[in-house]
Design a protein around this ligand. Structure first.
Ligand code: ADX
Length: 200
């Protein structure tokens, strides 16, 4: 709850006006999926492609934000909720600033993702489900975390000892075990064009 003597100040310039000078709209492109599902890989290549097209982007992912802003956050359901809440609020600020925000967090709980969706206007939250069977993620295991989780050395590990709630109606699904990284990126770019968020 905000302090009762703190009153919201309406600014003259709108988010649309901030975004307009960049020639694209601002929105949150929210990647969700299991650890090692390819969220960060696709998100990074997407950011690179958008930048080379002259778009103003900003990317954040779980591993990096947990070194700074959210370094006091763990992996209990409550902590994950707070992790996603903070990311959502920060992403919203960037949308206000006219930036194409890309995030890559496991964000395993539907309710938490929907909370972020509710922070911005309709059409400004684009949920991208990086879909990949857990058997493939566990085989990839780039950080050796699945091995540890299956040995009981990491508690509350998504997909092993804590649930991952699949998106019900995401704007996009990228099947990272079937498509190449480039194909996944192209799918997102095509969606952004179809919604006039970026120009062809
Ligand atoms: S989220 O669930 O709160 O969205 P986030 O994306 O920030 O998670 O962080 C996930 C990253 O933390 C994983 O890529 C992995 O490297 C690391 N990690 C460490 N412990 C866990 C755990 N218990 N469950 C999932 N990921 C973990």
């Amino acid at each position: 709850m905000a302090e009762k003597n703190v009153v919201w100040h309406a600014h003259k310039l709108t988010r649309q006006e901030r975004a307009a000078i960049k020639g694209h709209q601002s929105c949150i492109i929210w990647f969700t999926g299991l650890s090692a599902s390819g969220k960060s890989t696709v998100a990074n290549e997407l950011e690179y492609a958008l930048n080379k097209k002259g778009m103003h982007t900003y990317i954040r992912d779980g591993d990096n934000i947990r070194h700074g802003l959210n370094k006091n956050i763990g992996f209990s359901a409550e902590d994950r909720k707070e992790n996603i809440r903070r990311i959502g609020e920060v992403a919203k600020l960037f949308v206000d600033a006219g930036v194409l925000v890309i995030t890559a967090f496991i964000s395993p709980f539907k309710e938490d993702r929907d909370t972020v969706r509710g922070l911005v206007n309709a059409g400004e939250f684009i949920e991208v489900y990086a879909k990949c069977p857990i058997s493939v993620c566990a085989e990839r295991d780039p950080k050796g975390l699945y091995k540890k989780a299956m040995a009981g050395e990491i508690k509350e590990f998504t997909g092993i000892s804590q649930p991952y709630e699949e998106p019900v109606n995401p704007e996009l699904v990228v099947e990272t075990d079937k498509l190449s990284v480039e194909e996944c990126v192209d799918k997102v770019l095509a969606y952004l064009k179809s919604k006039d968020i970026i120009k062809g």
